[in-house]
Design a protein around this ligand. Structure first.
Ligand code: DGT
Ligand code: CA
Ligand code: CA
Ligand code: ZN
Length: 569
């Protein structure tokens, strides 16, 4: 789908038009169109093919023309001209929390700031002081934001890296016969963000494999091209390392290049204690190779259970494997349903019926509809009346027999600054599942935020705490909160912690999950989908759950609908 890229371009137009300052209405029109395109439930190309672009809210004739131009040529001339005139790197500056169109305009006009480097220099030289609308506190916030953006700039989301890695593997396979090919490194370990992509191959014609990577449609430049290693940079900036391995060493290479480095260092010390030597070519007793062809033989020869890649961070997995005590990790097939999805009744892109149909295709047994509540006005949150009407509708749909999927009645109710919930108890009590989440006053200090969430958990209707730390990977730090205190309150009140599977959230993270499990809490792996395609994000949630050492037992939505409702009542 081209929706996302198009929405980004329209958004960039809106900012550059705002900075240009010629027209007061155009920037808003483009911003509105960008939002509408990004929340479409359908491929923009299909809409264009039907000639219905102007049916999209905010898209008039002129913007529709730009969209058609983009779909036809991959670019928008007017945007190229604006970029030439105003050389501001919008995405770079906007990535800084708290920096929006107005600030970008001020910084560019008064100080000539165009990117992170020039902004950083301006702050260092004290030139931001005294600018209209920019106080000391804002300057501090911007400085912290720059550090956050810089830390994130060299990494990408797992979801993006995995999609690229899988399509490169497909591309190589389609060009050259290979004996074996695997994705290794942090992608194989399913780390939430990725530095670079590592691909391992065993093939008769290694040169042809390297050629396939260098000529892939995603490849921008070749960085290294040698006999055993080729590195390229993809168009989006991500680096790929491709290594050619010998058949008899393939397992050892896979083990070595999967990492993590800490896991490998610890594993080598285990080998040494047994008088063996472990490297990327194999496990050796003097000069004799005792394992190397298959990865699992490395572990078994060292007296260890096979360690799933997601656990290989040297966080106790080697000790557990020695004692035969590794957990049987949850797998995608264990999940029976999703307890947190939105519809177009709040800020989702699809109808209730479309969401249920998509869940049925995925084989879910149940799907809980949990739209936003009223205080989240920008998301069109439901009030008590709207929610009651949605509940009636769900009763009708369940009774219709159209789906095998059981539709559950839920809400993602806002936790207000006071810790009270955004909807009346008399309505909450009628729902199957209440997810409570923080969406506002994210800057509360640690004590205030902890108290606020603990208060909310004390409401007996709350079943699940949604995205408990509020972080957005590469975008926004977590809220300040005492998670241990929250977990204790959750245990007292029998509240389940969410593992939000959205690739930007993955919240709780791996370490938090393990702590929650150790403290005796249950986890719900939800997608928080705002469109049908996002239901498939469960894959990322399950990967993160595995990194958190979770078994099917630890996760509520591995249960049948009857068990689930009994456990939450
Ligand atoms: P990333 O790319 O930053 O997300 O993380 P990784 O784990 O993919 O790291 P990367 O790409 O530098 O290397 C892939 C794996 O290769 C790494 O997990 C372990 C192994 N490896 C690479 N360099 C070294 C090294 O100098 N020593 C050891 N023990 N292992 C290494
Ligand atoms: Ca890597
Ligand atoms: Ca690498
Ligand atoms: Zn939410």
């Amino acid at each position: 789908m081209k929706n996302r890229e198009l929405a980004q371009l329209l958004h960039e137009m809106s900012i550059l038009l705002e900075v240009e300052g010629k027209d007061r209405f155009k920037p808003r029109a483009y911003a509105r169109a960008a939002r509408a395109v990004s929340s479409l439930g359908e491929d923009i190309e299909s809409i264009a093919a039907r000639g219905e672009l102007t049916d999209i809210p905010g898209v008039g004739k002129s913007i529709a023309k730009k969209i058609e131009e983009y779909l036809r040529t991959g670019r928008i001339e007017k945007l190229e001209a604006l970029r030439e005139k105003i050389p501001v790197k919008v995405a770079e500056l906007e990535a800084i929390p708290g920096v929006g169109p107005k600030t970008i305009k001020t910084l560019y006009e008064s100080l000539g700031v165009t990117d992170l480097d020039s902004l950083e220099a301006a702050i260092r030289e004290g030139r931001l002081k005294g600018l209209r609308g920019i106080g000391t506190k804002t300057i501090e916030q911007i400085s912290e934001g720059i550090a956050l953006v810089r830390a994130g700039m060299s990494r990408v989301l797992l979801s993006d890296a995995l999609a690229l890695a899988e399509s490169l593997v497909e591309h190589i396979r389609s060009q050259v016969p290979v004996k074996r090919i695997d994705i290794a490194g942090s992608v194989r370990r399913r780390k939430e963000t990725i530095g670079d992509i590592d691909i391992l191959v065993c093939a008769d014609d290694g040169e042809a494999v390297a050629g396939a990577l260098m000529n892939s449609p995603e490849t921008a430049d070749v960085l290294v091209h040698g006999d055993t290693k080729t590195s390229v940079r993809l168009r989006g900036g991500t680096q790929v390392d491709l290594r050619l391995l010998a058949e008899e060493s393939y397992g050892a290479g896979l083990q070595y290049f999967t990492g993590s480095k800490d896991h490998n260092v610890h594993l080598r010390s285990i080998a040494m204690r047994k008088g063996l030597r472990l490297n990327e070519y194999g496990l050796f007793d003097k000069d004799r190779m005792v394992a190397g062809r298959e990865e699992q033989d490395i572990y078994s020869t060292l007296g260890l259970q096979f360690i799933p890649p997601e656990l290989r961070e040297d966080r106790g997995e080697i000790e557990a494997a020695q004692k035969n005590e590794l957990p049987i990790l949850i797998s995608p097939n264990d999940i029976k349903g999703d307890l947190h999805v939105h519809t177009n009744q709040s800020d989702g892109a699809n109808t209730l019926e479309e969401m249920v149909t998509a869940a049925e295709v995925l084989g879910h047994e149940y799907l809980c509809i949990s739209d936003h509540s009223k205080s989240l006005t920008i998301a069109g949150g439901l009030d008590e009346g709207g929610l009651l009407r949605q509940m009636d509708r769900i009763d009708e749909l369940n009774a219709s027999g159209r789906w095998r999927v059981r539709i559950l009645k839920g809400i993602e109710v806002d936790i207000l600054p006071s810790g009270e919930l955004d909807l009346d108890d008399s309505v909450l009590s009628q729902l199957d599942v209440v997810v409570a989440s923080v969406h506002s006053h994210l800057k509360d200090d640690r004590a205030t935020m902890t108290e606020r969430v603990v208060t909310a958990l004390g409401n007996r209707h709350v079943d699940i705490l949604g995205h408990p730390t509020g972080r957005m990977l590469l975008r926004r730090p977590r809220i300040e909160i005492d998670l241990e205190r929250v977990f204790e309150a959750a245990r007292e009140n029998q509240v389940i912690m969410e593992l939000n599977s959205h690739p930007v959230r993955l919240d709780l993270n791996d370490a938090n999950l393990r702590l929650a499990k150790e403290m005796g809490l249950l986890i719900a792996i939800n997608t928080d989908s705002h469109r049908t395609q996002e239901l498939e994000n469960l894959r990322f949630g399950v990967a993160q759950a595995r990194r958190g050492w979770l078994t099917a037992e630890d996760v509520i939505n591995t249960r049948s609908v009857d068990d689930l409702l009994r456990m939450m009542s």
